[in-house]
Design a protein around this ligand. Structure first.
Ligand SMILES: Cc1cc2nc3c(=O)[nH]c(=O)nc-3n(C[C@H](O)[C@H](O)[C@H](O)COP(=O)(O)O)c2cc1C
Length: 399
């Protein structure tokens, strides 16, 4: 680098990633196509996957001017836990396939940012390993599959390891039809071809981490690591899958788990009300990032009616499609107390391990902060629907 008058002169200026989209581009370069398909996949034709983005665009922010928004307070509370920013990390399975340090790196990055990770049942590091590697009480996501002995054991392990809140995922009655994954060989068992092997070999950093640490098995279900164990654990997990789950099972889990409990995957107001009436602390409005039921509504469009139906009796979180600070602010204006991000933190993880996750959280925090300044809001608590236009009418006219 040289200085020429007021300019920096460089031969090449790749720059630091500045947005979630920049991290997405880096992640796509870092990962073999097969793993990329698992990360990005949507069900069927990707209608809901695309709607998760386009729906955010239809809601417009209506700025208030000259409001002296000098000190923006991004703090919020979820399940009694104070967070420094209204963004937490969603549960994702087999996170070690994106970067060998998987959920450990993600949970540590969440802590550095003053927020939390929801650890998936299908994680690459076990409940106990993540608890031992971190200093805060993180949250645990339960796939309520298998009989009550299996579920009870997972709940006991999570409680004993100090996880504070439970997220029960109800929208995986069967696995969504993600054809893209299967087309690229991400299946049980995975299909390797010379081309796919070369494709992985061309990503030496990923390949090295994969071969050296072999962190791809579902660590809560088996003790070994490596590809054979991974396949065995996925088979065990899928064998536990139960499309016959009912509200009785939720009631049983509610009785069994002492701490705060959220039902994840809610898209209908009456399901949110039923969850709260069954004793849930709240719900996560989510379509699983468009990975399950294609044709389901975008979460942000489902949110307002659910907030109205719950009417302060429970907390409402949102995920699916959040990529910008403006998206976070829109969700908060519509009544969510925080959002979860899935793919955005995985992009950071795949591109640059824990540092990438930290940077993604920093980027989103900065974007939320500047959005609040630009709309004239001093705190998360101040955000309400008056900052949004009607989604069918982009003008900022009252009423
Ligand atoms: C690779 C991947 C794996 C996931 N695994 C799980 C999981 O194990 N449990 C779960 O409840 N949700 C899982 N999800 C869904 C996320 O928790 C979250 O609902 C979704 O990613 C939010 O959408 P976004 O990716 O657009 O932020 C997964 C999502 C991705 C992208």
């Amino acid at each position: 680098m040289a200085r020429v008058g007021p300019f920096d002169l460089r031969l090449h200026d790749p720059g630091e990633p500045r947005s979630v989209a920049d991290y997405r581009r880096r992640a796509r370069r870092a990962l073999p196509a097969m793993v990329r398909a698992y990360l990005e996949g949507g069900a069927d034709d990707g209608v809901t996957l695309a709607a998760n983005r386009s729906a955010f665009e239809r809601w417009r922010l209506c700025p208030r001017l000259l409001r002296s928004a000098a000190r923006r307070d991004l703090r919020t509370t979820v399940a009694g836990t104070g967070l420094e920013l209204p963004v937490a990390l969603a549960p994702t399975g087999m996170t070690g396939s994106f970067h060998w340090n998987g959920e450990v790196a993600a949970a540590r990055a969440a802590e550095r940012a003053g927020t939390r990770l929801v650890l998936s049942t299908a994680s690459s590091y076990s409940i106990e390993e993540v608890a031992a590697a971190t200093g805060e009480d993180h949250w645990f996501q339960l796939y309520p599959w298998g009989d009550r002995t299996v579920i009870g054991e997972l709940l006991d392990r999570a409680a004993a390891a100090g996880y504070r809140a439970l997220f029960v995922t109800a929208d995986v009655q069967v696995i969504g039809n993600r054809e893209g994954e299967r087309r690229l060989g991400f299946a049980v068992p995975p299909t390797l071809t010379p081309r796919r092997i070369v494709d992985a070999g061309l990503r030496p950093r990923w390949w090295y981490g994969f071969l050296r640490h072999r962190r791809i098995a579902l660590a809560n279900l088996v003790t070994g690591t490596g590809a054979t164990e991974a396949l065995r654990s996925v088979a065990v997990h899928q064998g536990l899958m139960r499309p016959d789950m009912s509200w009785d099972d939720l009631a049983w889990i509610r009785e069994r788990w002492q701490g705060p409990l959220f039902l994840k995957g809610v898209l209908r107001p009456e399901d949110a009300v039923a969850a709260v009436e069954a004793g849930a602390t709240g719900v996560v409005v989510s379509n699983h990032g468009g990975r399950q039921l294609d044709g389901a509504p975008a979460s942000i469009d489902a949110l307002p009616a659910i907030v109205d139906a719950v009417a302060g009796r429970g907390e409402v979180l949102l995920d699916s499609g959040v990529r910008r600070g403006t998206d976070v602010v829109k969700a908060l204006c519509l009544g969510a107390s925080a959002v979860l991000i899935g793919r955005p933190f995985l992009y950071g993880l795949a591109a640059d391990g824990g540092r990438g996750v930290s940077r993604v959280l920093e980027i989103l925090a900065r974007e939320v902060d500047s959005t609040m300044a630009l709309i004239g809001a001093n705190s998360v608590a101040e955000l309400d629907r008056s900052y949004l236009s009607d989604r069918k009418d982009p003008r900022c006219t009252p009423g």
